[in-house]
Design a protein around this ligand. Structure first.
Ligand code: 5GP
Length: 192
């Protein structure tokens, strides 16, 4: 990374099952200037998820405590659980010129846009709700009612797509990564 380059705040949203985690993990393997923000959540870990790497898994009391102390850049309730972005590491990474990535849902993304108008909002999309449902079922990590609820949320969230600057289709991981890399290059070349 060239030190003259300024930091970028990328906010990536997309429905549960859109392949966000896979695409963002690949992007991080490809680049050495990315800082991925680890959120705090009250959700229980899925098999294979690691505390401190995928999320900071906390109880509701601890989450409320951090919220009251003003530690979150944004936060939201999603499908019965609380999620929040710790502010300090994000701001520090931006100051270091990093590409900071927040993988957050729509209401959180809008809070970030309000606070940081320079934040670049990107929506990762499967192309259709039918494809989204297929992927969620293939993943098989949610019970039927939870899966239904996540699909409903996805339909609701999609209405806010006009608030986003870019829509990236995720038919294929490499292609989606190429699009994200192009966005990073373009945003860094913007004249402000
Ligand atoms: P999951 O439970 O599938 O990991 O995440 C559910 C949703 O919460 C996803 O849309 C994810 O992007 C979002 N999310 C994860 N962390 C945060 C956060 O810190 N803030 C907000 N607002 N949403 C988050």
């Amino acid at each position: 990374m060239r030190m003259s380059e300024r930091g970028l705040l990328l906010v990536v949203s997309g429905p549960s099952g859109s392949g966000k985690t896979t695409v963002l993990t690949r992007l991080m393997q490809d680049r050495d200037d990315v800082f991925f923000s680890v959120s705090s959540t009250t959700r229980t870990p899925r098999p294979g998820e690691r505390d401190g790497t995928d999320y900071n898994f906390v109880c509701a009391e601890k989450f409320e405590e951090e919220l009251d102390a003003g530690h979150f850049l944004e936060w939201a309730e999603f499908a019965g659980n609380l999620y929040g972005t710790p502010a300090a590491p994000v701001l520090e990474a931006i100051n270091l010129g990093k590409v900071v990535i927040l993988d957050i849902e729509v209401r959180g993304a809008l809070q970030v846009k309000e606070k940081y108008p320079d934040a670049v909002l990107i929506y990762l999309w499967t192309g259709s709700f039918e494809e989204l449902e297929r992927r969620l079922r293939r993943r098989g990590t949610e019970r039927e009612e939870v899966l239904r609820r996540r699909l409903e949320i996805a339909m609701e969230e999609y209405k806010a797509i006009g608030e986003y600057k870019y829509k990236v289709l995720n038919y294929e991981v490499e292609e989606a990564c190429r699009a994200l890399n192009s966005i990073i290059v373009a945003e860094r070349c913007l004249i402000k």
